[in-house]
Design a protein around this ligand. Sequence first.
Ligand SMILES: C[S@@+](CC[C@H](N)C(=O)[O-])C[C@H]1O[C@@H](n2cnc3c(N)ncnc32)[C@H](O)[C@@H]1O
Length: 222
Amino acid sequence: MNNGHVELARAQQERWEAAYARRPQLHGVEPSAAVEWAAGAFGAAGIDDVLELGAGHGRDALFLARQGFSVHATDFSEAALDQLRHEAQREGLDDRVTAALHDVRDPLPPADATVNAVFANLLLNMAFSPSELRSLVAEIHRVLCPGGLFVYAVWSTADSCSQYWRQMEDGLAMHDGFVGRFFDESLVTELAEDWRLDETTPYDEGQRRMWRVTMTKPVQES
Ligand SMILES: C[S@@+](CC[C@H](N)C(=O)[O-])C[C@H]1O[C@@H](n2cnc3c(N)ncnc32)[C@H](O)[C@@H]1O
């Protein structure tokens, strides 16, 4: 990471921490559209445990746990994770949900090929440089078992809100102090190198135009 990216990363972490502290349940309590799809895809593949990255205060982790999945949720905001843990305990789901502080610019903690499914709603479109983004997707590939699934959702360049964001370097954009990236289909395709790309689906959620992407880590032919 160059110094500019280190500073940006630190500022974004502080921004998210302050946003969650100021407004508990920032993203609401309803599950995202992407997690409802992911629960079906993971269930159909016989998967019952999920690693969630950028989980925030856990609306999707809690949804997955209510559906019977075991979820390990990570985020770089301790305030958000505290809310997640509190809510999991309140709902009696704490035996199925664990939460740990982790910045996804660092290597993912799991060993190679030990995770069955990874889910990330609105994480890949955060303030990552192109090389950080590629490294993160490579890390997810590394920890997944062959045949494991990765479902993610990101903002689309077709989102009309994107016009209100100020363009920065590296394809990033800023609005109200938050930095992010709008994805076009070619970026989705580029990140799917080394994967089987199962689906790339445009959809609307609230006022946002999004992409939902499902990828499988291929099983190596011997
Ligand atoms: C738009 S929110 C989405 C939260 C949650 N997935 C949801 O849909 O409710 C993005 C989340 O990514 C987290 N995040 C951003 N950059 C991160 C990083 N480098 N490492 C870990 N989490 C990060 C933020 O703290 C925030 O919780």
